[in-house]
Design a protein around this ligand. Sequence first.
Ligand code: UDP
Length: 141
Amino acid sequence: MTERTLAIVKPDGVIQKKVGEIIRRIERKGYDIIDIKMVQADEALLRAHYAELADRPFFPGLMHYMMEHPVVAIVVEGDNVIKGWRTLMGLTNPTEAAPGTIRGDFGRDWPGDEVRNVVHGSDSPESAQHEIKLWFPELNN
Ligand code: UDP
């Protein structure tokens, strides 16, 4: 089934100059890039994006991490892309993510509490729709 997901290259991915490599992996898998832009996320956008994590102890660190550098937001389309993009990303914790996945290859142990794991991907059709609207309000088809 053709669907869309929101992919984000997080601050550590941009700082490590992995944007091109990550786009290459998206295209190699046969997915289409529908829209793409660089965004300096602010607190309001991130609070809406990570609303379900607001009570978690790592939330302040996550906000700080996501605002420390502009990110690249990408709307990706393809057959079963929501699950497929998460497979390309790998597990949340880079130390557990398999080699060959983006997080396994480029995620790192960082000093401090927050997990720095290079990329984001929507985890369901509902969150994909919600997140694409949040990050790309100008995209209406
Ligand atoms: N996160 C964190 N510490 C944790 C769990 C998550 O810093 O113990 C951060 C991490 O950047 C992660 C994001 O919060 O990617 C969202 O967490 P989620 O559980 O939704 O993982 P994801 O869907 O990104 O794999």
